[in-house]
Design a protein around this ligand. Structure first.
Ligand code: DLL
Length: 353
């Protein structure tokens, strides 16, 4: 521990945070790879970089921050949220490169007009989008709306964070920095390695880490190693866009949430009955989460104020656990769908990739 200079956590695969320790050498190596990723997109010293990813335990903020500084970009460490201020800053400082989640990038566009800002007032030319899945269609839509180049950025806290795989100017898959991250794609059921071009679970080994070394770490992310070479001349193989996950982790506006976390929160509340449902849909560009909960029989006395208080209590307990604030709906006992086999608790009506 005396050589550990920083700690990050991820939400882990079970909903319990995974702690990642970094020595100074670990941080330096990570920073180099992020700097390399940025350089691959053609950005550099003249760029003004607005980092809209959350700073803190989440690796998206600090990871890109140090990499961008190493390249010599001018960094604006905004962090997430406060959309109006973000837009004002983009305009005032002439931001040329953004780092942001795809869903927030769409939301940001919807807010431009409300802020009285037009594209011609901005100098934006690139955005690095990642931390959550998005489709090729979403990339194209964002590029068209903003008239910019969008680069896909992939990483996970267990492998430092962002800067594991990144697109170059050709935007045809993400180069995995294989001199540091050994990559394999395996059959998620048997663990057998699959040949290039076949989709499976991505497995990484970080070859440089001093603290928290992980060998053949199974990401649960589904992608393929792409065949053929890239016109940019880099020999690091590329992986496809992430097609999904082998587990049931939900990514809601970039925040990783497990259905089991929601269940454990609501089941601690005595007024909550046995059944519940997690409902996800798109609200404009953003994801919206509704948790439908049956109240336990005998609890409902027809008192509306009591119902409102209960809703608020459930919402607040969920927010404290999963960071995002869901809409809560209370239902009569026995009114939510019941399944004889495995329960289908999650209804995800967001566009599938
Ligand atoms: O999301 C690191 C990161 C930050 C990547 C900023 C890119 C930009 P975690 O919070 O540990 O780390 O979540 C990792 O997010 O296993 C994927 O399931 C998902 N993910 C990350 N990038 C992408 C992407 C960061 N470009 C988990 N496309 C990963 C699809 C992504 N999914």
């Amino acid at each position: 521990m005396s050589r550990v200079v920083r700690i990050h956590t991820s939400s882990g695969t079970t909903g319990i945070p995974t702690v990642i320790h970094h020595t100074q050498a670990d941080l330096d190596a990570w920073t180099d790879l992020v700097a390399r990723s940025i350089t691959a997109t053609g950005a550099g010293k003249p760029d003004i970089f607005q980092n809209m990813m959350t700073y803190g335990m989440f690796t998206g903020g600090l990871g890109l921050h140090y990499g961008a500084e190493r390249v010599g970009m001018t960094v604006i460490p905004m962090g997430g949220g406060n959309t109006r201020r973000q837009i004002q800053i983009m305009k005032d400082f002439g931001t040329t490169v953004l780092h942001i989640t795809p869903s927030y990038m769409l939301h940001l566009h919807a807010m431009l007009a409300e802020c009285g800002v037009a594209l011609k007032d901005l100098r934006l030319s690139k955005a690095y989008l990642g931390a959550e899945p998005y489709s090729e269609d979403t990339r194209r839509k964002i590029e068209k709306l903003w008239k910019i180049d969008v680069y896909n950025s992939y990483g996970l806290s267990e492998m430092n964070g962002p800067g594991v795989a990144f697109e170059c100017v050709h935007k045809n898959g993400m180069h995995v920095w294989e001199d540091v991250y050994g990559v394999e794609v395996v059959d998620p059921l048997t663990g057998q390695a699959l040949e290039d071009g076949r989709q499976g679970e991505v497995v990484f080994t970080n070859l440089l880490r001093e603290a928290t070394p992980l060998l053949r770490y199974r990401t649960r992310d589904i992608a393929a190693i792409l065949k053929g070479s890239c016109p940019c001349g880099r020999t690091h193989r590329r992986i496809s866009r992430i097609a999904g996950r082998t587990d049931d982790m939900l990514i809601i506006n970039g925040v990783n949430v497990y259905p089991s976390q929601i269940e454990s929160v609501i089941m601690k509340i005595p007024e909550v009955g046995n059944n519940y449902q997690i409902f996800l849909e798109k609200n404009g560009a953003l994801d919206s989460l509704t948790v439908k909960v049956e109240i336990s029989s005998g609890m409902f006395k027809g008192d509306l104020a009591q119902i409102d208080r209960l809703k608020e209590r459930i919402r607040e307990s969920l927010r404290a656990s999963i960071i995002i604030s869901p809409r809560v709906e209370l239902h009569e006992p026995g009114s939510l769908p019941v399944f004889e086999g495995k329960a289908k608790r999650v209804v995800d009506e967001r566009v599938k990739i």
